[in-house]
Design a protein around this ligand. Structure first.
Ligand code: AMP
Length: 431
């Protein structure tokens, strides 16, 4: 028996309401904040990710799905969303548009990780990027957007951690001090961190092993080593966040798993903490576009994991609206009624009203039971003496009332009943 590959999941119909809810909210916010959708290919040249994410990172070292295609080119399934957006920004000359360019994506992401709760080998991210300006107001905007997404979904007890990891001006001196500190404690470090000490000392602060976490507490802090420009920028970001009442906690040890970040970095954490718990995160990457061959274009962005958001919605019992199901069920008593039921269902759908007919051979009682189970708002009953009179019966399934009306008025009658706002939402996402 074949099964979905380890670390991947089928998103079953019963879960689609959550997916529709989250993507609908995300897209609604993007409209409010002026972010436009960009879809990039599922795979890119491997070099794009090696160059941008950085050689010493877990993603590039051991998590990328890289393969040689039939033409001998090395390709990688998208392990994160920012580098492809930057590649597209450069390729399509978006630096010639008014800056910043605000973009968002909804994409599957592939990382060969050890699967566990909230950690998969294929997951999905919603991310936003504001490219072409270094103003701290953009940092505040991106962080606000990430925060409002979680808040508007109905998640409670979130925390936002904030840090600045400086720039090529101030970071080298800090890294020197950090390296010195850890070299003095190198015998206590875990195996991975011993290697990080040589290749990527900033990542030592991010290790989840208890002994390394303890050492990180006493490590020199980057915020004590920021140059004047980074310091002013960081102060401005904090002031703006306070102005728009986004609560944040400074975490001088917050670093991110990708090499391209500069200055602002942040993460959103849910109420229930755990090693795999970040709901989303992001930061500035002022040098990445240049690194990839574009004109200097400072930028900031964030990404959230949709599976993690949904997991937390379920843990917190947040009710989500149902995706639209056909709201009218056309039941029938005999063969003549069935033909009429198929015709009525067809004309209702033509008029934009969702309708189903049950399969044949069931009693009226069983058909009505099914209509209720499917959450239909109305049943149309076709057959018997009413049909001979040219009529059908419409039953309101929520109120339990029914009435007989001429068959040629069904569409008009149900159109009138179905007007007005509906609580349900449509899934408009094509992956
Ligand atoms: P990152 O690109 O690592 O900053 O991840 C951004 C967000 O994507 C994280 O905060 C998580 O919510 C989510 N995420 C990252 N990796 C995984 C994974 N392997 N499985 C599920 N969600 C993930």
């Amino acid at each position: 028996m074949y099964k979905a590959p380890r670390g991947t999941q089928d998103k079953l119909p019963s879960e689609q309401s959550y997916w529709a809810y989250v993507t609908h909210k995300a897209q609604g916010l993007c409209q409010l904040y002026g972010y436009q959708r960009l879809d990039t290919p599922t795979f890119e040249e491997a070099g794009l990710f090696q160059r941008s994410i950085g050689e010493g990172t877990d993603i590039v070292e051991k998590e990328m799905y890289t393969f040689k295609d039939h033409g001998g080119d090395l390709m990688t399934l998208r392990p994160e969303g920012t580098a492809p957006v930057c590649r597209a920004y450069i390729e399509h000359g978006m630096q010639n548009l008014p800056q910043p360019v605000r973009l968002y994506y909804l994409s599957p992401i592939f990382r060969y990780e050890r699967p566990q709760a909230g950690r998969f080998r294929q997951h999905h991210q919603f991310g936003c990027e504001a490219i072409g300006d270094e103003d701290p107001s953009l940092d505040a905007e991106i962080i606000e957007l990430a925060w409002r997404l979680c808040e508007s979904l109905g998640l409670r007890g979130l925390t936002l951690q904030l840090n600045s990891i400086g720039c090529p001006e101030c970071r080298p001196l800090y890294l020197q001090r950090l390296k010195q500190y850890y070299t003095n404690h190198s015998e206590s470090l875990c195996q991975d961190c011993k290697a990080r000490l040589v290749r990527n000392p900033l990542r030592l602060l991010d290790c989840k092993k208890p002994i390394c976490k303890e050492l990180a507490q006493e490590a020199p802090s980057i915020t004590d080593h920021l140059c004047a420009t980074c310091n002013t920028h960081f102060n401005d970001v904090q002031r703006l966040l306070a102005t728009i009442e986004i609560p944040f906690t400074n975490n001088p040890f917050l670093v991110r798993g990708l090499d391209y970040y500069t200055r602002t970095v942040f993460e959103l954490h849910p109420k229930e903490e755990g090693a795999q718990s970040a709901l989303g995160g992001g930061g500035r990457y002022d040098l990445l576009i240049e690194e990839l061959g574009g004109k200097p274009s400072p930028a900031i962005g964030f990404a959230t994991g949709l599976e993690r958001l949904i997991l937390n919605l379920q843990r917190q019992d947040v009710a989500v609206p149902n995706i639209d199901q056909p709201s009218v069920f056309i039941t029938y008593l005999d063969y003549q009624g069935k033909v009429e039921a198929v015709r009525i269902a067809s004309s209702l759908r033509h008029a934009g009203i969702g309708a189903n007919t049950p399969p044949g051979g069931r009693s009226l009682k069983a058909q009505l039971k099914q209509a209720n189970a499917r959450g239909a708002s109305h049943a149309v009953i076709v057959g018997g003496e009413e049909l001979e009179r040219g009529n059908i019966t419409i039953r309101d399934l929520t109120q339990g009332q029914q009435q007989e009306i001429p068959i040629d008025q069904v569409v008009q009658h149900l159109s009138n009943l179905q007007q007005g706002p509906t609580a349900s939402i449509q899934n408009g996402v094509i992956w």
